[in-house]
Design a protein around this ligand. Structure first.
Ligand code: SAM
Length: 265
């Protein structure tokens, strides 16, 4: 995007973001729409892997509750975390305070919760979203959707969703997930946020500062170029990291694979 296009997009986004953040309009109760899944994974190996994850993470109820894409994305997350677990197990204590930054609708909260509950004691799991009142085509906001997942999780006091700027969140944690944080300005502008909210270096430094020892930051980026941008930020901040490369899963095929970076404290 050239400079004047950027300014124009940012000005328009700033107006709309300020309005929705101030008005905090919610449409109300979202009802999750279950969908049949019998033919979702015809391939025998994937089907077997699905069954293993459902059993290991007691996820059968969510198979019934979720819509198709939601279900596939949750399996993708479970698969991702499951394969990371041998490494996490060496780094993390038994009891965890977990924060997810930029949770959007928190559609993957079921996978996050079931994964961590299976291997650790979950003291808290908090989804943090700056733009929780962003509205979807059907009128519901990200906040409305998040409440639907939280209701079904039914872990009040443990699983929360906070409509705040992560940079203002001060509570410490020992796991922080950042799935697709904005590390370049164009995606943020396309998303509908003003350029003033683009502060990737501050965000990463804040995440690291609030991370307790022992603790792990789990970051995914869309494609190798975005991951390189993240690595530049980490190097500039003097934060050591490990590149875990691309992650792909049989449960969901993104157009661009997610690249994984771990920061261990
Ligand atoms: C590309 S989206 C990723 C959403 C989600 N993690 C996923 O994987 O689908 C980035 C999200 O980060 C949120 N965000 C950006 N800056 C933030 C901040 N300072 N605090 C909390 N959320 C933020 C955006 O509003 C957006 O929902």
């Amino acid at each position: 995007m050239n400079d004047w296009k950027m300014r124009l997009a940012s000005g328009w986004n700033a107006l709309r973001f300020a309005m929705r953040s101030r008005l905090r309009i919610r449409l109300g109760r979202v009802r999750l729409k279950p969908a049949p899944k019998a033919h979702l994974y015809p391939d025998a190996a994937t089907k077997r892997q699905e069954r293993e994850l459902l059993d290991a993470y007691d996820f059968g109820r969510w198979r019934e509750l979720l819509g198709l894409t939601d279900y596939q994305l949750n399996l993708y997350q479970l698969d991702f975390l499951h394969r990371l677990q041998p490494e996490l197990a060496k780094r993390l204590p038994r009891a965890l305070r977990i924060v997810d930054v930029g949770s959007r609708t928190f559609y993957y909260a079921p996978a996050l919760f079931r994964f961590f509950r299976r291997h650790y004691e979950v003291e808290s799991l908090t989804g943090i979203e700056l733009d929780a009142y962003r509205r979807y085509r059907n009128g519901f906001t990200a906040y409305d959707y998040a409440q639907a997942y939280l209701r079904e999780l039914n872990e009040p006091g443990i699983v929360r969703y906070e409509a705040v700027d992560f940079m203002k969140a001060e509570a410490p944690y020992n796991v922080c997930t950042l799935f697709l944080p904005f590390v370049t300005p164009d995606p943020l502008l396309h998303w509908g946020l003003p350029i003033g909210t683009f502060q990737p270096a501050r965000l990463i430094e804040h995440a690291y500062r609030r991370l307790e020892q022992p603790g792990v930051l789990i970051v995914t980026n869309k494609g190798p170029e975005e991951q390189q941008s993240l690595h530049r930020l980490l190097r500039e901040a003097g934060i050591p990291f490990a590149d875990r490369g691309p992650f792909t899963s049989a449960f969901y095929a993104y157009d661009v694979p997610r690249y994984v970076t771990l920061v261990v404290k």
